[in-house]
Design a protein around this ligand. Structure first.
Ligand code: ADP
Ligand code: MG
Length: 423
């Protein structure tokens, strides 16, 4: 074990071509190789995959990687296989494989060639797979996107809840859970559900110092946004709306105003949707007006603004959606339009849901309202929500927020608006 440890940098260079580890990657990998359970909280783009890919490549046996989306798994399998001349180093196991393909995967695992096996949790319960996996050498389990376990997360998947039971059936090996969702509630839920309350926790800061956070009262919102975009001519931006209808209407309104904007939502024809997304990525369109269906896995480095026409349903999703701005470290303006009436509409909508879902939804909304109405540093507010203490005066990016750079007027305006609307 120690020989491996000493040479981790060499292995990093050999397999990935990188000369240095990012953040806490090295300590994470060392501890995993020593057999400890690990919990990693790192923002998107932090380099989580390498924390299990590298140790898997240099360990005996196969690491089982649980991941929620086929597309994510396929990308990773191709990337890992591209690292070596051998094709069976990584495989996906799921029911779309025919008999011959499944046999190939099993043979590669038995021969010791396969170092990473990607599975969706719903595949992992299949008896044939379970029976096979019980008999082979497993190095460790990696649970990627581990927030899918929690109803408090932004992407709850019921199948994730059975993982602990399945893992216990397969092998007694270390577990590494990874997520970019860091609220203490989600963290707690993940650790309890996976039975890893004693895991070593590695948490990196979620502060995005280059993003500017601003909330404006939702008055003359159409005009305000047109004006904002015209002040950022030629720059890339995303505008999030709650409904598909609004997305289409507003994209049209922008077009009429001479702005190169396109709509995106799950109800559009697949071809149109992909074409619009590609045009945005290729800079043939400056602005994409979208529902929250847009963004998962999108990695456009130079998005300069993210505008919320309608307020988000949770601070968690707000952080994820605004996180798509300024990936390259450059300017990123995050502007949200707030109207308490919108929140009332969301509350009414929640009233039709089952009790547990409703209660969680209402609590998440409360936190969002708190963010909208706060007069403190919005960065401090968001980071506090993620369990981080941020110094609103000296912290990195402290001035990048309306409440800090321009305090009194905006606050009063929001309050006044609230009063008016409550009458
Ligand atoms: P996450 O899953 O945390 O969102 P990824 O695992 O997808 O992040 O990694 C994000 C990017 O960082 C990838 O392009 C990856 O190649 C790169 N990366 C990871 N580790 C390193 C490193 N040590 N040096 C340089 N780049 C790295
Ligand atoms: Mg990832």
């Amino acid at each position: 074990m120690s020989a491996k440890k000493a040479n981790l940098s060499g292995e990093l260079k050999k397999y990935f071509g990188f000369s240095t580890f990012k953040g806490q990657q090295e300590q994470i990998i060392e501890n995993l190789l020593e057999g400890k359970d690990i919990f990693v909280l790192m923002p998107t783009g932090g380099g989580k995959s390498l924390c299990y890919q590298l140790p898997a490549l240099i360990s005996e046996g196969t690491a089982i990687v649980v991941s929620p989306l086929i597309a994510l798994m396929k990308n990773q399998v191709d990337a890992v296989n591209g690292l070596s001349s051998d094709d069976g180093v990584a495989h996906v196991l799921n029911s779309s494989l025919n008999k011959t393909q499944t046999k190939q995967v099993f043979d590669d695992i038995k021969s010791g060639k396969t170092k990473l096996l990607y599975v969706a949790p719903e595949s992992l319960i299949k008896e044939d797979y379970l029976d096979f996996l019980k008999e082979v050498k497993i190095s460790f389990f990696a649970i990627d996107e581990a927030h899918c376990i929690s109803e408090w997360g932004h992407d709850f998947r019921p199948e994730y809840r059975n993982l602990k039971m399945i893992i216990d059936k397969i092998a007694d090996v270390p577990v590494i859970a990874l997520t970019a969702t860091a609220t203490p509630k989600v963290q707690d839920d993940i650790q309890k559900t996976l039975g890893m309350t004693n895991a070593l926790v590695f948490k990196e800061s979620f502060n995005r110092a280059n993003l500017y956070y601003e909330v404006r009262p939702k008055v003359n919102v159409d005009k305000e946004i047109v004006k904002f975009i015209n002040q950022h001519k030629g720059k890339s931006g995303i505008i999030y709306c709650l409904s598909r209808r609004k997305v289409e209407e507003f994209a049209q309104l922008l077009q009429v105003n001479g702005i190169n904007a396109l709509p995106y939502h799950a109800g559009l024809d697949q071809k149109v949707r992909v074409a619009n997304q590609d045009k945005f990525l290729m800079e043939d369109a400056d602005v994409i007006v979208a529902t929250i269906a847009f963004g998962m896995g999108i990695d456009k480095p130079d998005v300069r603004f993210v505008i919320h026409y309608d307020f988000p349903k949770s601070l968690e999703s707000y952080y994820q959606e605004t996180g798509r701005a300024g990936r390259d470290g450059g300017e990123g303006h995050c502007l949200a339009f707030y109207d308490p009436k919108d929140i009332e509409k969301l509350e009414k909508f929640l009233a039709q849901k089952p009790v547990s879902e409703r209660e969680i939804g209402l609590q998440l909304l409360n936190e969002v309202v708190g963010y909208a109405e706060t007069s403190m540093s919005r960065r401090q507010y968001i980071l506090y929500y993620f369990g981080e203490i941020f110094d609103p005066i000296k912290g990195e990016g402290a001035k990048m927020c309306d409440n800090v750079s321009n305090p009194p007027k905006l606050k009063d305006a929001t309050k006044d608006l609230k009063k008016v609307l409550e009458l």
